[in-house]
Design a protein around this ligand. Structure first.
Ligand code: CP
Length: 322
C-alpha cells in the first residue's frame, strides 16, 4: 500500500491545486477547503432551484476519459461539469482509436490539440493519471477518477463530505471499512483522508487475503471478525469484492463471503444505534451487503452519490477555475 512519495506535484507554483491525483499527503486545510466549497455547491444542485448552473467553467472543455466502466463517477462528473457551464466531451473508449492500438499519451496529445482543459481519467493501470499529468502542458488539468487499486480521490472526498454531513466531527469518530481493502482504491483514499482529518479509530475488517500487509503503518486497526470490528462504530463502509483485480480462489465467494463478512441487520446492530452505512457502489447485494441494510434507515448510500456532484464541482472549479 505504500505509494511513491515524489509523485508529480499536484500543486502549481503558487501552491494551488492544479491536478487532483491522490489524497495521500494532501494537507488538512486543502481537504477542508474542497469540502467547504462543495457545501456551497450543494445549493446549486438543489432540486428546487430553477437554474442549476453557475458560469465558473464557461468556455472550458472537460474530457471524460473512462478506460474502465463507471456509472456514478462518470455521470456525476458530467453533471458537475455541465453545472459549471463547461463543455463536456465523453470519449467512448470502446469505439475510439485506442482499439486500433493508439497509445494513451498519443490519445492525450490529440485531445490537447482539440483544446482540452480538464481530463477526468479512470484507468485500470495504477498511476496512469499521474503519467498523464506529467505529460500535459501547464494549462491542462488532470483529475483522477480511479486508477487501478491505487486511489479514487474524489470518492474519498465525497465520502468525507458525507461523514462530515451526518457526523460533524472526525475526531472521536470510529470508522469500519469492510471487505476487499487490498484492491480498493476507495479504501486507500478514505484511510489517508480520515487520518489527515483527525480520525483516530479506523478499522478494517476482512479475510487476511484481502487486507494489505502494511496497514498498521497507517495506524489502522485490523479485524478478521465482523462481530469484533463493528462494536461501537459510527460509520460502517462496506466494499465490493473486486474480482477483476484478483486471482480465482483468492477469497470465499458469494454466499460463503456473505456468511463471514456480509453486512446484515444483526451485525449492523453491533455498531452505534445511529451509525451510518456507506458503500461507494456498485453493490453486490447478498455478497457484501444485505438488501435490508442497503435500503434501510441507516443507509446513506444514495446521499453519497448526490454529494458526489457538488464535490466534483468543487474539485473542477478549484483546479481549473479562475
Ligand atoms: N464509486 C464508483 O467509483 O462507482 P462507479 O464505478 O460506478 O463510478
Amino acid at each position: 500500500m505504500s505509494e511513491v512519495k515524489q509523485i508529480v506535484n499536484q500543486l502549481n507554483a503558487e501552491g494551488n491545486l492544479r491536478h487532483l491525483l491522490t489524497l495521500e499527503g494532501m494537507p488538512k486545510e486543502q481537504i477542508i477547503h474542497i469540502l467547504d466549497i462543495a457545501q456551497q455547491f450543494v445549493s446549486v444542485t438543489d432540486p428546487a432551484r430553477e437554474v442549476k448552473k453557475v458560469p465558473l467553467l464557461r468556455g472550458k472543455s472537460v474530457f471524460n476519459l473512462f478506460f474502465e466502466n463507471s456509472t456514478r463517477t462518470r455521470t456525476t462528473f458530467e453533471i458537475a461539469a455541465n453545472r459549471l457551464s463547461a463543455d463536456v466531451i465523453n470519449l467512448d473508449i470502446l469505439t475510439s482509436s485506442t482499439a486500433k492500438g493508439e497509445s494513451l499519451l498519443d490519445t492525450i496529445d490529440n485531445l490537447v490539440a482539440m483544446q482540452a482543459d480538464i481530463f477526468i481519467v479512470r484507468h485500470s493501470v495504477s498511476k496512469a493519471p499521474i503519467e498523464i499529468a506529467q505529460h500535459v502542458p501547464d494549462h491542462v488539468h488532470v483529475v483522477n477518477a480511479g486508477d487501478g487499486s491505487h486511489q479514487h480521490p474524489t470518492q474519498g472526498l465525497l465520502d468525507m463530505y458525507t461523514m462530515r454531513h451526518f457526523k460533524r466531527d472526525f475526531k472521536g469518530l470510529k470508522v469500519a471499512i469492510i471487505g476487499d481493502i487490498v484492491h480498493s482504491r476507495v479504501a486507500k483514499s478514505n484511510i489517508f483522508a480520515l487520518r489527515t482529518l483527525g480520525c483516530e479509530d479506523i478499522r478494517v475488517i476482512g479475510p487476511e487475503s484481502l487486507l494489505p500487509k502494511d496497514l498498521d503503518m497507517l495506524g489502522v486497526k485490523v479485524f478478521h471478525s465482523m462481530e469484533e470490528g463493528l462494536k461501537g462504530v459510527d460509520v460502517v463502509m462496506t466494499l465490493r469484492i473486486q474480482k477483476e483485480r484478483m486471482e480465482a480462489g483468492q477469497v470465499p465467494e458469494g454466499e460463503a463471503f456473505f456468511k463471514q463478512y456480509g453486512l446484515t441487520p444483526a451485525r449492523l446492530a453491533l455498531a452505534k444505534p445511529d451509525a451510518i452505512v456507506m458503500h461507494p457502489g456498485p453493490m453486490n447485494r447478498g455478497v457484501e451487503i444485505d438488501s435490508a441494510v442497503a435500503d434501510g434507515p441507516q443507509s446513506v448510500i444514495l446521499n453519497q452519490v448526490t454529494f458526489g456532484i457538488a464535490v466534483r464541482m468543487a474539485v473542477m472549479s478549484i483546479v481549473a477555475g479562475n
